[in-house]
Design a binder for this molecule. Sequence first.
Ligand SMILES: Cc1ncc(COP(=O)(O)O)c(C=O)c1O
Length: 366
Amino acid sequence: MTPEGIEKLIRPDVVTFSGYRAAKSPDTLVGKVEVPVESIIKLDANENLYGCSPRVNQALATYPDLNIYPDSGQTQLRKLVQEYTGISAEHIVASSGSSQLIDLVLCLFVGPGDEVINCVPTFAMYQFYTQLRGGTLVEVPRDESFAVNVNAVKAAISKKTKIIFVANPNNPTGTITPWQDILELVDTGLPVLVDEAYYEFSGETVAPLVSQYKNLMVLRTFSKWAGLAGLRIGYGIFPPKIADYLLRIKPPYNVNAAAMVAVKESLKDIDYLLGRVKAIVAERERLFGKLEKLKWLKPYPSQANFIFCSVLVGEASELQQKLQNKGILVRYFDLPFWRNGIRISVGKPEHTDALIKALQKIGEEM
Ligand SMILES: Cc1ncc(COP(=O)(O)O)c(C=O)c1O
């Protein structure tokens, strides 16, 4: 069969699917930047530049059971998350990164022709998985300060609407949606998925309210605050009935053994990790002040571990490329609802200093 023949058999919506523009791995930039790859400063994927707890490295170095499948029912893991969140294990489902739960929740509620409400600009994976599940995305623009427009969301609800997504804080803008607004959406009776990937940086959560509602769901991750992005481990807090369905449809062994060990060790080292979170939050404010002084960028206040900036002079894509040449990676956005912006992850103080120096140099050459 010719390659063209195979394409005729692939689902037409997948043939036209554009995929996800993932962050670049430094390994792919060898010879393309002015600095050695080891010196690249990665501020493009909201990772934790302090790394994970040293306890995780130690435990993984001696973990004896890599030849054995992990517990598919996640019994111990769900108990650990129960201790961390204070929410009972019957509400909890863990996943290979919280992104996997975005897909599983869509798998539960959304089929071809169903509508998903997305408050844009927001995290691109909601669109990604909605399209792959055959759903139709209904995009409701946030206001000029990137707040969710609750009335517009409610007006966008139709008979086909199956779920409303709210990232809180929002990625890429760092904006918080007040819990009162979230509850107004929950009162519509539709499933509402509140993605709290950056909860530890914002301190804002609706997780304690999940037990009071049949349609409120919360996603969390260990990628950001605990520095475990490379091990892919997240979880969600759901009404027990929804958790039961998710446990039924999730792939078996979806959380690998190394990730389980890492969570256990991270939670034993919580003071250390939350100390790092505090340092990142303080650094965010310092970075914000420095960005504000560059008159050609407009930073937006953020409750997460990144700052979104409108690029007021020149093109965001060119700025991203100039920074990349200097060995500093940031993310740029140039799509409807998020024209000409860059998102900068917050690193250590020395990363802020290097970034600001590079931006000042670029500014002088404009
Ligand atoms: C809002 C939001 N949700 C979920 C995720 C995915 O996190 P994970 O690494 O747990 O899949 C991200 C990652 O950037 C995010 O920004």
